[in-house]
Design a protein around this ligand. Structure first.
Ligand SMILES: Nc1nc2c(c(=O)[nH]1)N(C=O)[C@@H](CNc1ccc(C(=O)N[C@@H](CCC(=O)O)C(=O)O)cc1)CN2
Ligand SMILES: Nc1ncnc2c1ncn2[C@@H]1O[C@H](COP(=O)(O)OP(=O)(O)OP(=O)(O)O)[C@@H](O)[C@H]1O
Length: 194
């Protein structure tokens, strides 16, 4: 799969997820949440990260609301070193737009968490395959941030979230692609072989 093929698949899948009718989009949030909460490695305590859904991405609000009381929810924050940091966020806490127009928590630098401090990260994606290979927005943010997971077991566990219609036949992984531990959609859970 060359850069052209990845670009073509990326455009097609972004258009497909944006075109999903509102009733289906809304109805998908609860079953996705149930699947994320039922993962064999779902933490009962600790820190997890989601994302602020944009560009037709499947929403995580139902998952956030369903998390056990002892679990802290974070959102990604773009860092100057071109990797992600994570900031705890509860509904109503202040947000600021990042350079892509995506809201992120407005917190002092000291409140930011390093990627290794997380127990589970729900990773946004544009396309996935049944083996847990992922195509993202093309910025390489998640791959750079979790590069340490290519040579080291989790936590953090990495779980892709998507609509079922974002599944592709096969995505050929790039050398830098970080493997996902699972992918959840509204109708399926794909677990990576242990
Ligand atoms: N909800 C969500 N948050 C996320 C990601 C994501 O995929 N989804 N990211 C996952 O990595 C990071 C941001 N990465 C991104 C990479 C590229 C584009 C992008 O190309 N956007 C526009 C151009 C915007 C601009 O530059 O002004 C585009 O769609 O063409 C957006 C976000 C961190 N936060
Ligand atoms: N571990 C890494 N070290 C250095 N550069 C990296 C690393 N991982 C990815 N990159 C760079 O990021 C670029 C984009 O990668 P890729 O197209 O796989 O992004 P993506 O996974 O779709 O994006 P995102 O994670 O932001 O959703 C690549 O061209 C690569 O050079």
């Amino acid at each position: 799969m060359n850069d052209d093929a990845r670009g073509t698949l990326r455009r097609a899948m972004r258009a497909r997820r944006r075109a999903l009718p509102a009733p289906e989009r809304i109805a998908a949030a609860a079953p996705l949440a149930e699947r994320l909460l039922a993962l064999p490695f779902a933490p009962r305590t600790g820190t997890v990260a989601g994302y602020w859904a944009m560009d037709g991405e499947i929403a995580l609000h139902a998952w956030q609301l369903g998390l056990p009381t002892g679990v802290r929810y974070c959102l990604p924050v773009l860092h100057a070193d071109t990797t992600l940091r994570f900031a705890p966020w509860t509904p109503g806490a202040p947000l600021v737009s990042n350079r892509y127009g995506i809201p992120e928590p407005e917190v002092p630098a000291a409140a930011l968490l390093a990627p290794a401090q997380l127990d589970l990260v729900v990773v946004p994606l544009v396309a996935f395959d049944a083996r847990g290979h992922r195509l993202g927005m093309g910025g390489g943010w998640y791959d750079r941030t979790f590069a340490f997971r290519t040579s080291q077991a989790g936590p953090p566990r990495l779980v892709g979230a998507a609509f079922a219609l974002q599944q592709a036949e096969a995505i050929v992984p790039q050398p830098w692609d970080v493997p996902l531990d699972a992918v959840c959609t509204e109708s399926d859970t794909f677990l990576a072989p242990a």
